[in-house]
Design a protein around this ligand. Structure first.
Ligand code: ADP
Ligand code: MG
Length: 680
């Protein structure tokens, strides 16, 4: 048998089971070995029934005396079993799982792990169980520390333990070392064969850590080698435009600012101009919380590009945002003598505009993904700016950049990405963080409003309108749907406009309106002709109306943390104290937790870290595309120390062996090549 043989080579695995295992990305014997436990259960200690105490978590080995199903109210049922060992009897109950009465026929032997409570005497509440067959195999599953695996339908812990034991016995000797000796020595990691045995069947739980870290480090090092190598390749092979960074337009722009840049903004501009002045193409991500002033930073890059006669394309994720950027850029760039045009999917004369872009008559083009379409060509595209970068796929970004000859590319995002994720997902880019807001900004005050206090809140909105301040009212849905309990923006708009908010000027904005209508509403809101704007999340990114100081978010528990933070960023953009009110009663603990996080902090990075803890890395933008959601051992949250080490080591390895040609790097080079494509 060979490591790369299909799992069906193992005794007991037929085509049907193999298909089930494939659901867990287990196709070969090697995959099976790399299907690592998610947890362990210490079964070296079996407690006698007579020795169990209330509140303790114990494992008992017992035989079923009898089991019955008890019907409860509604369609609910529970199973109650009487268990017996040499020392005595106790009950086990499974609430809501009456069908288990069938499983525990009298005489069934099993291990039960659970917490001791009371049900007509001592009882194990909803215990985990594992049926014992009385044969040889029970030794694998009892009296030791047993691995707990991620399962798939019709595959049990026992089966996995059996197959993995078979695999370990038959092919472990063939498993070659994947890490260089030096790494093993530096970190004191066990060699791969030993680590593999420990990770599945440890003799002591203390041994697991070094074994797991070994595999985690290996994955992280492979990823780092991949992203760093692709970046190096990108920078060496291509020859970018060398931009003029002390030209007249940049000077004029600097002189025309009516505020002082923050230090963080100045640093970001210096980073960008440094990239543009060099011969390697810029691939930089500017990360900065909502309202930190990324637009003006990006404008410096535009002015520099224009000084050298290069065109700039700025791509925004929505038409509303594109329009807003277009207006800002015209205001700022007209005085520099630059022609700014707009190109979106819904424009009436796109062909005319495209002609002006192709001829080079337009210096700056602002638009949506229409910019990336094949029809759009540039005369001399030297700078690409992708606003709210995470909203676009790698392909769209790439397609736009391909319209120039190695243009410099600047990405911006207001979604703060936890450091560990940025190092992997965006490992191919340089990152600048703008960690400072313009002076005088007051952090938005955020409060949760119970349902019975909403009348006061709407009165507050009316008061604010009288004072000349505007309000956003954000709802999760456009129309009433089957999910009746959610507040739909249309009904809500109608009810409030003819009810508590009848005295103020209201309007409704959502994604299903046509673009002309949307633009019109946004323009009127900006001009202060609307007091309260009912909206869906279409206003989530970038919209900038300093006079809007209040935000109500209906059914706030329905939104993700990051999304709530983005929404909240629409207020607090002027010098007046702004407020954000989170409404509704969340139906889940997570929903409540999200609201608590928002109330506790306005720091986008802290929010992102909390979000990572709450949702796990798989939910983050870009993580899945990058293939990072199926890491086998590494945990992007817990393993930040290992990640730092991997990053350093990758740099060192690439410095001496850029091709990863050394034989001991063979396996790492394979992982690395999978991750080279992340770079965009
Ligand atoms: P974001 O980073 O969310 O894209 P914007 O670029 O839209 O933020 O900037 C938000 C607002 O802050 C704009 O009205 C902008 O003119 C203003 N602004 C940017 N930088 C400064 C600064 N250094 N001082 C004062 N106001 C600033
Ligand atoms: Mg912005």
């Amino acid at each position: 048998m060979n490591l790369n043989d299909p799992v069906e080579t193992l005794t007991g695995i037929g085509p049907k089971t193999a298909a089930l295992l494939a659901n867990m990305s287990v196709a070969t014997v090697r995959d099976l070995l790399f299907h690592m436990p998610r947890d362990y259960q210490d079964r070296t200690r079996i407690t006698r029934i007579a020795d169990t105490h209330d509140g303790e978590t114990v494992t008992i080995e017992a035989e079923t005396v009898n089991a019955r199903q008890i019907r409860l109210r509604g369609h609910m049922s529970m199973a109650v079993a009487t268990l017996r060992d040499d020392s005595g009897e106790m009950q086990a109950t499974w609430f809501g799982r009456g069908f288990l009465a069938q499983t525990f026929k009298p005489g069934t032997r099993a291990l039960f792990t659970g917490t001791v409570g009371q049900y007509k005497g001592p009882c194990l509440k909803n215990p985990d169980y594992e049926l014992l067959s009385g044969d040889e195999e029970d030794r694998l599953n009892t009296g030791r520390i047993v691995p707990i695996y991620r399962l798939t339908e019709r595959v049990t812990q026992r089966m996995l333990r059996r197959w993995i034991t078979l695999a370990l016995d038959q092919v472990l000797d063939d498993l070659e070392e994947t890490l260089p000796c030096e790494s093993l020595a530096t970190y004191g990691f066990p060699p791969i064969q030993e680590a593999m045995r420990i990770i599945h069947f440890p003799n002591a739980l203390e041994d697991v850590r070094a074994a797991r870290e070994r595999f985690a480090y290996e994955e992280l090092l492979g990823i780092q080698l991949g992203v760093q190598r692709s970046r190096a390749a990108h920078q060496h092979e291509t020859k970018a435009n060398i931009h003029i960074v002390d030209g007249p337009r940049l000077e004029t722009l600097r002189a025309s600012l009516d505020f002082a840049l923050t230090q963080a903004q100045s640093r970001a501009i210096a980073d960008i101009l440094g990239d543009m002045a060099s011969a390697r193409p810029m691939a930089r991500l500017i990360q900065g919380d909502v309202g930190c002033g990324k637009t003006i930073v990006a404008l410096h890059a535009v002015a520099a590009a224009a000084d050298g006669g290069f065109q700039t394309a700025l791509m925004a994720p929505t038409e509303i945002l594109a329009e807003q950027h277009y207006l800002t850029l015209r205001r700022m760039l007209d005085p520099l003598g630059l022609t700014v045009v707009q190109l979106t999917g819904s424009m009436c004369k796109p062909a005319t505009i495209r002609k002006r872009i192709a001829r080079g008559e337009a210096h700056v083009v602002v638009g949506t993904n229409a910019l990336a379409q094949e029809k759009t060509t540039f005369q001399r595209l030297g700078l690409v700016i992708v606003d709210e970068q995470h909203r676009f796929g790698v392909c769209q970004r790439g397609a736009l950049a391909a319209k120039g000859e190695y243009p410099d590319v600047l990405h911006t995002t207001a979604t703060p990405i936890p450091r560990t994720l940025a190092m992997t997902v965006y490992g191919g880019m340089d990152i600048t963080v703008i960690d400072e807001l313009p002076p005088g900004r007051l952090p938005v005050k955020t409060r949760r409003i119970p349902t019975d206090k909403t009348a006061d809140l709407y009165a507050y909105v009316v008061d604010q309108a009288r004072l000349g301040f505007q309000t956003y009212i954000v709802c999760p849905l456009v129309d009433e749907s089957e999910k009746r309990e959610l507040v739909a923006v249309t009904t809500h708009f109608e009810q409030l406009s003819s009810g508590p908010l009848s005295g103020v000027r209201t309007a409704l904005l959502h994604g299903r309106l046509d673009v002309v209508e949307k633009d019109d509403i946004m323009r009127r809101f900006k001009e202060g002709k609307i007091d309260a704007l009912f909206s869906t999340t279409v206003i989530e990114v970038g919209v900038d109306v300093a006079n809007a100081t209040t935000m109500l978010i209906e059914d706030a528990g329905q939104f993700g943390v990051t999304q709530l933070h983005q929404l909240r960023g629409r207020v607090g953009r002027g010098a007046t104290q702004s407020h954000c009110f989170l409404l509704g009663t969340p139906k889940t603990d997570d929903g409540l937790r999200r609201i608590e996080i928002l109330c506790a902090t306005t720091d986008g990075f802290e929010i992102a870290e909390q979000d990572l803890l709450l949702r796990g890395p798989g939910e983050f933008q870009g993580v899945r595309q990058a293939g990072l959601s199926d890491l086998r051992a590494a945990d992007l949250i817990r393993d930040s120390r290992l990640l730092d080490a991997a990053q350093r080591d990758a740099q060192r390895i690439l410095a001496s062996d850029p091709e990863l040609a050394a034989p001991e790097l063979r396996y790492l080079a394979e992982t690395a090549s999978r991750f080279e494509r992340i770079n965009a």
